[in-house]
Design a protein around this ligand. Structure first.
Ligand code: TMP
Length: 210
C-alpha cells in the first residue's frame, strides 16, 4: 500500500509547469518532505527513450492512436520503475504531465477513440491515480510565445501543431476541471510567477496531512 502523495501538473504549452514544479519541490524539501520530481513522457530510462520518438520530428509523424500507445508504453514503465516505488517509500511525487495530457492531446485535440484511452488507463494506471492535478490555464498564443527556448533544443513536435489544436487543448483541460473537481484544480498561469506559486501552495499545503 502506498502512503505517498501523487501530484500532477497539466496544461498547454509554455504554461510554466516545470518552473512551478521546481519551486514546489524546493518548498516541500525545505519542510522535510522527501520528493521525487519527474515528467512525462519520460521519467524512467525506457520511457525517456520513447519520449525522444514522441517529441522530435515532423508534427504528422505519428497518428494520434500511435501517440496514445507510445505514451502508454512509456507510462507503464514510468509507473513501475519510478512512480510506484516512490509512493511506496512514502514520498511526494511531482509529475510534469501524466494521463490527462493523453486525454487532451491525443483524445480531444487529436481524435483518438476515448474508449481506447479509458481501456489503457484501466490497464496501466489501475489504482495509481493522481491525488491532486494542477491544471495550468493560459491563452495558447501567450504560451506558444514562451516556448521558443525549448524549440531551440528541438523538442517542438507538438508546439508546431496549428493554433486550432492548442485551442482545443485549452478547452479539454478546462472541461477536465469541471468534470473532476475533486482531483483537478485550475491555476491561472497568466499571472506573475510568484502569484502562480502562491495559488499552487494554497492548494497543496492543506493536502499534506494525507
Ligand atoms: P512537455 O512539453 O511537458 O515536456 O511535454 C512534451 C510534449 O508531449 C508536450 O507537447 C505534450 C506532449 N504529450 C502528449 O501529447 N501526450 C501525453 O500523454 C504527454 C504526457 C505529453
Amino acid at each position: 500500500m502506498s502512503n505517498g502523495i501523487f501530484i500532477t501538473l497539466e496544461g498547454g504549452e509554455g504554461a510554466g509547469k516545470s518552473t512551478q514544479a521546481g519551486r514546489m519541490a524546493e518548498r516541500l524539501e525545505s519542510l522535510g518532505y522527501a520528493v521525487t520530481r519527474t515528467r512525462e513522457p519520460g521519467g524512467s530510462p525506457n520511457a525517456e527513450e520513447i519520449r525522444n520518438l514522441l517529441v522530435n520530428g515532423a508534427p504528422d509523424r505519428w497518428t494520434s492512436t500511435a501517440e496514445t500507445l507510445l505514451n502508454y508504453a512509456a507510462r507503464d514503465s514510468h509507473l513501475n520503475e519510478t512512480i510506484r516505488p516512490a509512493l511506496e517509500r512514502g514520498e511526494i511525487v511531482i509529475c510534469d504531465r501524466f494521463m490527462d495530457s493523453t486525454r487532451a492531446y491525443q483524445g480531444t485535440a487529436g481524435g483518438t477513440d476515448p474508449d481506447l484511452i479509458k481501456t489503457l488507463e484501466e490497464a496501466v494506471i489501475r489504482k495509481t491515480m493522481p491525488d491532486l492535478t494542477l491544471v495550468f490555464d493560459l491563452d495558447p498564443t501567450l504560451g506558444l510565445g514562451r516556448t521558443t527556448k525549448r524549440a531551440q533544443a528541438g523538442e517542438d513536435r507538438f508546439e508546431n501543431k496549428p493554433l486550432e489544436f492548442h485551442e482545443k487543448l485549452r478547452e479539454a483541460f478546462l472541461d477536465l476541471v469541471k468534470t473532476e473537481p475533486e482531483r483537478c484544480v485550475l491555476i491561472n498561469a497568466e499571472q506573475d510567477i510568484d502569484k502562480v506559486f502562491d495559488d499552487i501552495w494554497s492548494v497543496v499545503e492543506p493536502r499534506l496531512t494525507k
